[in-house]
Design a protein around this ligand. Structure first.
Ligand SMILES: C[S@@+](CC[C@H](N)C(=O)[O-])C[C@H]1O[C@@H](n2cnc3c(N)ncnc32)[C@H](O)[C@@H]1O
Length: 271
Protein backbone atom coordinates (compact mmCIF):
# COMPACT_ATOMS: atom_id res chain seq x y z
CA UNK A 1 0.00 0.00 0.00
CA UNK A 2 1.36 3.41 -0.92
CA UNK A 3 2.24 5.67 2.05
CA UNK A 4 -0.47 8.25 1.25
CA UNK A 5 -3.09 5.47 0.92
CA UNK A 6 -2.01 4.10 4.29
CA UNK A 7 -2.23 7.57 5.84
CA UNK A 8 -5.72 8.04 4.37
CA UNK A 9 -6.87 4.65 5.70
CA UNK A 10 -5.44 5.44 9.14
CA UNK A 11 -7.30 8.79 9.25
CA UNK A 12 -10.56 7.18 8.10
CA UNK A 13 -10.34 4.49 10.74
CA UNK A 14 -9.44 6.91 13.50
CA UNK A 15 -12.41 9.14 12.64
CA UNK A 16 -14.85 6.22 12.46
CA UNK A 17 -13.71 4.17 15.45
CA UNK A 18 -10.81 5.78 17.32
CA UNK A 19 -8.64 2.80 16.34
CA UNK A 20 -5.06 3.58 15.39
CA UNK A 21 -3.30 1.83 12.51
CA UNK A 22 0.38 1.44 13.30
CA UNK A 23 2.56 1.71 10.19
CA UNK A 24 4.59 -1.34 11.21
CA UNK A 25 1.43 -3.45 10.97
CA UNK A 26 0.92 -2.56 7.31
CA UNK A 27 1.29 -6.17 6.10
CA UNK A 28 -1.25 -7.43 8.65
CA UNK A 29 -3.66 -4.65 7.70
CA UNK A 30 -3.38 -5.55 4.01
CA UNK A 31 -4.13 -9.20 4.89
CA UNK A 32 -7.23 -8.15 6.82
CA UNK A 33 -8.47 -6.18 3.82
CA UNK A 34 -8.27 -9.23 1.52
CA UNK A 35 -11.77 -10.61 2.38
CA UNK A 36 -13.27 -7.12 1.95
CA UNK A 37 -11.67 -6.89 -1.49
CA UNK A 38 -13.24 -10.22 -2.44
CA UNK A 39 -16.63 -9.33 -1.00
CA UNK A 40 -16.80 -6.02 -2.89
CA UNK A 41 -15.22 -7.44 -6.07
CA UNK A 42 -12.06 -5.37 -6.19
CA UNK A 43 -9.15 -6.79 -8.13
CA UNK A 44 -6.56 -4.87 -6.13
CA UNK A 45 -6.13 -2.75 -3.04
CA UNK A 46 -5.77 0.42 -5.12
CA UNK A 47 -9.33 -0.05 -6.45
CA UNK A 48 -10.68 -0.54 -2.95
CA UNK A 49 -8.90 2.57 -1.68
CA UNK A 50 -10.10 4.65 -4.65
CA UNK A 51 -13.69 3.69 -3.85
CA UNK A 52 -13.17 4.36 -0.16
CA UNK A 53 -12.00 7.88 -1.03
CA UNK A 54 -15.32 8.37 -2.86
CA UNK A 55 -17.10 7.83 0.46
CA UNK A 56 -18.85 4.50 -0.14
CA UNK A 57 -20.39 3.92 3.29
CA UNK A 58 -20.92 0.15 3.12
CA UNK A 59 -17.29 -0.29 2.12
CA UNK A 60 -16.02 2.00 4.88
CA UNK A 61 -18.11 0.04 7.38
CA UNK A 62 -16.75 -3.30 6.17
CA UNK A 63 -13.17 -1.99 6.35
CA UNK A 64 -13.74 -0.72 9.90
CA UNK A 65 -15.28 -4.05 10.90
CA UNK A 66 -12.25 -6.09 9.81
CA UNK A 67 -9.89 -3.80 11.70
CA UNK A 68 -11.53 -4.54 15.06
CA UNK A 69 -9.77 -7.10 17.26
CA UNK A 70 -12.52 -9.16 18.92
CA UNK A 71 -10.19 -11.22 21.08
CA UNK A 72 -11.67 -12.03 24.51
CA UNK A 73 -12.18 -14.80 27.03
CA UNK A 74 -14.43 -15.68 29.96
CA UNK A 75 -13.31 -14.18 33.29
CA UNK A 76 -10.34 -12.63 31.47
CA UNK A 77 -7.93 -11.57 34.20
CA UNK A 78 -9.19 -13.76 37.09
CA UNK A 79 -7.65 -11.51 39.77
CA UNK A 80 -9.73 -8.58 38.58
CA UNK A 81 -12.93 -10.65 38.51
CA UNK A 82 -12.13 -11.96 42.02
CA UNK A 83 -11.74 -8.39 43.29
CA UNK A 84 -14.91 -7.40 41.48
CA UNK A 85 -16.85 -10.21 43.17
CA UNK A 86 -15.38 -9.90 46.66
CA UNK A 87 -14.95 -6.12 47.00
CA UNK A 88 -16.61 -4.00 44.32
CA UNK A 89 -19.97 -5.75 44.15
CA UNK A 90 -20.55 -6.07 47.94
CA UNK A 91 -19.74 -2.36 48.43
CA UNK A 92 -22.06 -1.20 45.66
CA UNK A 93 -24.84 -3.57 46.71
CA UNK A 94 -24.65 -2.16 50.24
CA UNK A 95 -24.90 1.37 48.83
CA UNK A 96 -27.80 0.71 46.45
CA UNK A 97 -31.51 0.09 46.84
CA UNK A 98 -32.06 -3.09 44.79
CA UNK A 99 -31.05 -1.57 41.48
CA UNK A 100 -27.74 -1.92 39.68
CA UNK A 101 -26.71 -0.72 36.22
CA UNK A 102 -23.71 -2.33 34.55
CA UNK A 103 -22.15 -1.64 31.14
CA UNK A 104 -19.68 -3.87 29.33
CA UNK A 105 -18.46 -1.17 26.95
CA UNK A 106 -16.49 -3.13 24.32
CA UNK A 107 -17.84 -6.61 24.89
CA UNK A 108 -16.48 -8.32 21.74
CA UNK A 109 -18.29 -11.68 21.40
CA UNK A 110 -19.89 -11.47 24.84
CA UNK A 111 -17.53 -13.44 27.08
CA UNK A 112 -17.05 -10.50 29.47
CA UNK A 113 -20.78 -9.78 29.78
CA UNK A 114 -21.64 -13.45 30.32
CA UNK A 115 -18.89 -13.71 32.97
CA UNK A 116 -20.50 -10.79 34.83
CA UNK A 117 -23.96 -12.35 34.40
CA UNK A 118 -22.73 -15.68 35.81
CA UNK A 119 -21.35 -13.94 38.90
CA UNK A 120 -24.60 -12.05 39.45
CA UNK A 121 -26.68 -15.21 38.91
CA UNK A 122 -24.53 -17.17 41.36
CA UNK A 123 -25.18 -14.48 43.96
CA UNK A 124 -28.94 -14.96 43.46
CA UNK A 125 -29.56 -11.21 43.23
CA UNK A 126 -32.66 -11.49 41.03
CA UNK A 127 -34.23 -13.88 43.59
CA UNK A 128 -33.57 -11.29 46.27
CA UNK A 129 -35.55 -8.72 44.30
CA UNK A 130 -32.68 -6.86 42.64
CA UNK A 131 -33.28 -5.24 39.30
CA UNK A 132 -30.07 -5.59 37.33
CA UNK A 133 -29.52 -3.90 33.99
CA UNK A 134 -26.56 -5.41 32.20
CA UNK A 135 -25.91 -3.73 28.87
CA UNK A 136 -23.11 -4.92 26.60
CA UNK A 137 -22.03 -3.03 23.49
CA UNK A 138 -19.46 -3.24 20.74
CA UNK A 139 -18.68 -1.47 17.49
CA UNK A 140 -18.47 -4.74 15.59
CA UNK A 141 -21.77 -6.01 14.16
CA UNK A 142 -20.30 -9.51 13.75
CA UNK A 143 -19.14 -9.61 17.36
CA UNK A 144 -22.54 -8.44 18.66
CA UNK A 145 -24.33 -11.07 16.55
CA UNK A 146 -22.07 -13.76 18.02
CA UNK A 147 -22.58 -12.42 21.53
CA UNK A 148 -26.36 -12.46 21.14
CA UNK A 149 -26.24 -16.04 19.87
CA UNK A 150 -24.18 -16.99 22.93
CA UNK A 151 -22.58 -19.80 20.94
CA UNK A 152 -18.94 -20.70 21.55
CA UNK A 153 -16.42 -23.25 20.30
CA UNK A 154 -15.08 -25.72 22.87
CA UNK A 155 -11.69 -23.95 22.84
CA UNK A 156 -13.36 -20.61 23.69
CA UNK A 157 -15.29 -22.26 26.53
CA UNK A 158 -12.08 -23.81 27.85
CA UNK A 159 -10.58 -20.33 28.14
CA UNK A 160 -11.81 -19.20 31.53
CA UNK A 161 -14.97 -21.18 32.33
CA UNK A 162 -14.62 -23.61 35.23
CA UNK A 163 -16.91 -26.64 35.72
CA UNK A 164 -19.19 -24.62 38.01
CA UNK A 165 -19.71 -21.83 35.47
CA UNK A 166 -20.10 -24.34 32.63
CA UNK A 167 -23.51 -25.24 34.11
CA UNK A 168 -24.79 -22.09 32.38
CA UNK A 169 -24.05 -23.58 28.96
CA UNK A 170 -25.38 -26.60 27.10
CA UNK A 171 -23.54 -28.63 24.53
CA UNK A 172 -24.69 -28.48 20.92
CA UNK A 173 -22.49 -30.68 18.72
CA UNK A 174 -18.97 -29.31 18.91
CA UNK A 175 -20.17 -26.00 20.35
CA UNK A 176 -21.60 -24.73 23.62
CA UNK A 177 -24.59 -22.40 23.89
CA UNK A 178 -25.42 -20.05 26.75
CA UNK A 179 -28.66 -20.92 28.57
CA UNK A 180 -31.66 -18.73 27.74
CA UNK A 181 -31.74 -17.60 31.37
CA UNK A 182 -28.17 -16.31 31.07
CA UNK A 183 -28.77 -14.71 27.69
CA UNK A 184 -31.84 -12.92 29.01
CA UNK A 185 -29.67 -11.24 31.65
CA UNK A 186 -27.68 -9.30 29.04
CA UNK A 187 -28.91 -6.71 26.51
CA UNK A 188 -26.47 -6.62 23.62
CA UNK A 189 -26.39 -3.69 21.27
CA UNK A 190 -24.10 -2.24 18.65
CA UNK A 191 -22.57 1.02 19.82
CA UNK A 192 -19.53 3.08 18.87
CA UNK A 193 -17.67 4.53 21.86
CA UNK A 194 -17.17 7.72 19.82
CA UNK A 195 -20.95 8.28 19.54
CA UNK A 196 -23.24 10.11 21.97
CA UNK A 197 -23.61 8.55 25.44
CA UNK A 198 -27.01 10.23 25.90
CA UNK A 199 -28.80 6.89 26.40
CA UNK A 200 -26.40 5.84 29.16
CA UNK A 201 -26.96 7.31 32.59
CA UNK A 202 -26.27 6.69 36.26
CA UNK A 203 -24.13 3.62 35.60
CA UNK A 204 -22.83 1.85 38.70
CA UNK A 205 -20.20 -0.29 37.00
CA UNK A 206 -18.42 0.08 33.66
CA UNK A 207 -16.17 -2.61 32.22
CA UNK A 208 -14.09 -0.93 29.51
CA UNK A 209 -11.36 -3.46 29.05
CA UNK A 210 -8.74 -3.88 26.36
CA UNK A 211 -10.11 -1.30 23.97
CA UNK A 212 -8.66 2.04 25.13
CA UNK A 213 -5.20 0.67 24.33
CA UNK A 214 -6.07 0.79 20.62
CA UNK A 215 -6.99 4.51 20.80
CA UNK A 216 -4.70 7.54 20.73
CA UNK A 217 -4.33 9.55 23.98
CA UNK A 218 -6.85 12.30 23.09
CA UNK A 219 -9.53 9.73 22.13
CA UNK A 220 -8.83 7.81 25.35
CA UNK A 221 -9.26 10.99 27.44
CA UNK A 222 -12.46 11.93 25.62
CA UNK A 223 -14.01 8.46 26.02
CA UNK A 224 -13.07 8.33 29.71
CA UNK A 225 -14.51 11.80 30.39
CA UNK A 226 -17.79 10.91 28.71
CA UNK A 227 -17.96 7.60 30.55
CA UNK A 228 -17.48 9.42 33.84
CA UNK A 229 -20.40 11.70 32.99
CA UNK A 230 -22.59 8.64 32.40
CA UNK A 231 -21.67 7.10 35.78
CA UNK A 232 -22.98 7.47 39.30
CA UNK A 233 -20.66 9.57 41.52
CA UNK A 234 -19.39 6.43 43.29
CA UNK A 235 -19.49 4.33 40.10
CA UNK A 236 -16.65 1.92 39.39
CA UNK A 237 -14.62 1.58 36.18
CA UNK A 238 -12.70 -1.60 35.35
CA UNK A 239 -9.91 -1.37 32.79
CA UNK A 240 -7.66 -3.91 31.06
CA UNK A 241 -4.41 -5.09 32.62
CA UNK A 242 -2.21 -2.77 30.58
CA UNK A 243 -4.53 0.24 30.65
CA UNK A 244 -4.47 3.30 32.89
CA UNK A 245 -7.04 6.09 33.10
CA UNK A 246 -5.36 9.23 31.83
CA UNK A 247 -6.18 12.67 33.22
CA UNK A 248 -7.91 13.38 36.53
CA UNK A 249 -11.28 11.84 35.77
CA UNK A 250 -10.69 8.51 37.54
CA UNK A 251 -8.57 7.42 40.49
CA UNK A 252 -7.69 3.96 41.88
CA UNK A 253 -10.56 2.63 43.99
CA UNK A 254 -8.30 0.64 46.32
CA UNK A 255 -10.01 -2.60 45.31
CA UNK A 256 -7.13 -3.90 43.20
CA UNK A 257 -5.28 -3.45 39.93
CA UNK A 258 -7.33 -1.99 37.11
CA UNK A 259 -10.26 -0.82 39.28
CA UNK A 260 -11.08 2.90 39.50
CA UNK A 261 -13.71 5.29 40.80
CA UNK A 262 -14.62 8.69 39.48
CA UNK A 263 -11.99 11.17 40.52
CA UNK A 264 -12.28 14.53 42.20
CA UNK A 265 -12.39 16.49 38.92
CA UNK A 266 -15.37 14.48 37.68
CA UNK A 267 -17.15 14.78 41.02
CA UNK A 268 -16.65 18.55 41.03
CA UNK A 269 -18.14 18.77 37.56
CA UNK A 270 -21.11 16.61 38.53
CA UNK A 271 -21.99 18.59 41.66
C1 LIG B 1 -9.85 -6.83 22.43
S1 LIG B 1 -11.58 -6.69 22.47
C2 LIG B 1 -11.89 -6.55 24.20
C3 LIG B 1 -13.04 -7.42 24.65
C4 LIG B 1 -13.28 -7.46 26.15
N1 LIG B 1 -13.59 -6.15 26.68
C5 LIG B 1 -12.10 -8.07 26.86
O1 LIG B 1 -11.37 -7.36 27.55
O2 LIG B 1 -11.90 -9.28 26.72
C6 LIG B 1 -11.79 -4.99 21.89
C7 LIG B 1 -13.18 -4.72 21.36
O3 LIG B 1 -13.32 -3.30 21.23
C8 LIG B 1 -14.19 -3.08 20.14
N2 LIG B 1 -14.06 -1.69 19.69
C9 LIG B 1 -13.03 -1.13 19.01
N3 LIG B 1 -13.29 0.17 18.76
C10 LIG B 1 -14.50 0.43 19.30
C11 LIG B 1 -15.32 1.59 19.35
N4 LIG B 1 -14.95 2.76 18.81
N5 LIG B 1 -16.53 1.49 19.96
C12 LIG B 1 -16.92 0.33 20.52
N6 LIG B 1 -16.19 -0.81 20.49
C13 LIG B 1 -14.99 -0.75 19.90
C14 LIG B 1 -13.76 -4.11 19.11
O4 LIG B 1 -14.77 -4.35 18.16
C15 LIG B 1 -13.44 -5.31 19.99
O5 LIG B 1 -14.52 -6.22 20.06
Amino acid sequence: MAPDDFAFLARLLRRRSGLQLPLEKRALIERRLAPVMRRFDFRDLEGLLRELRLGREALAEAVTEVMTVNESSFFRDPALFAAFESRVLPRLLAARDRRLRIWSAACACGQEAYSIAILLAQMGLARQGWSIELVATDLSADAIARAEAGRYAACEIARGLNAHALRWFRRDGTEWVADDALRRMVSFRRFNLLDSYGWLDDLDIVFCRNVLMYFDPSTRMDVLARMADAMAPDGVLLLGETEMPEGAVFQPSGDGEGIYTRGRAALARAS
